[in-house]
Design a protein around this ligand. Structure first.
Ligand SMILES: *Cc1c(COP(=O)(O)O)cnc(C)c1O
Length: 217
């Protein structure tokens, strides 16, 4: 199945980049996919998944977690503040911390629960007006402020602009992470995960190349 091929390509990209085998985690992005496709990947032994919508994840994952022990599900879509409470209960990590108000909300929830999912700060590396993410110029300050709130910021995440060479965006994200002492990089999707691995990605988010095209109709 496609999962095995993607894993092979990740291993090859790790080697080519001089990186340790297994240093890149594959997040299988299961949003909007039919259950049978996701279950095939679960049965093949894969346990790390990505979802974009809180409600969709809430509907699917409790049962799969019970049936397939050891699952981790990461939130990779934009997170509305009014869904934050549900999100911290559903996900092992959130890749889309992108604004001060959400940081405050997550910090409050972490205090109440005594725990927080791992967090990635989404960076709008292309400075696209319609795209979520902290602007590069605001990033260092944002990370410092989030850390002062005791939030477990582990790394950075980006989605490069469509139709552009992603490599400079991946390189920029790696540089910003290093500058802030963060060692995790969530970058690379179906079309560009090998370039992301060459630039230091620790988490690649691959959906359609594993499951096939999404049908939103
Ligand atoms: C949907 C999505 C992906 C997966 O995209 P593919 O092109 O299907 O691999 C990765 N990251 C984010 C943030 C997404 O929304």
């Amino acid at each position: 199945m496609a999962l095995a091929e993607i894993k092979d390509r990740i291993a090859t990209a790790e080697t080519r980049a001089g990186r340790a085998p297994g240093s890149v985690q594959l997040i299988a992005v299961s949003k909007v996919q039919p259950d049978d496709r996701v279950e095939a990947v679960l049965r093949a032994g894969h346990r790390l998944f990505g979802e974009n919508y809180v409600q969709e994840a809430q509907g699917k994952w409790p049962e799969w977690r019970a049936e397939f022990p050891g699952c981790a599900v990461h939130m990779i879509g934009p997170l509305q503040s009014n869904k934050a409470k549900l999100a911290v209960e559903l996900f092992e990590a959130i890749h889309t911390l992108d604004r001060p108000s959400l940081a405050k909300k997550l910090a409050g929830l972490a205090q109440t629960r005594g725990a927080s999912p791992d967090l990635f700060v989404q960076v709008n590396t292309g400075c696209e007006p319609q795209k979520a993410g902290v602007l590069p110029d605001d990033l260092d300050r944002f990370v410092t402020d989030a850390q002062r709130l005791d939030l477990p910021v582990k790394g950075l995440m980006c989605i490069p602009p469509e139709g552009e060479d992603p490599a400079p965006h991946f390189a920029m994200l790696a540089k910003m992470a290093a500058r802030n002492g963060l060692d995790q990089l969530s970058m690379g999707m179906s079309s560009d995960f090998e370039a992301a691995i060459a630039a230091g990605a620790t988490h690649v988010r691959v959906g359609s190349a594993i499951f096939g095209a999404r049908d939103y109709s």
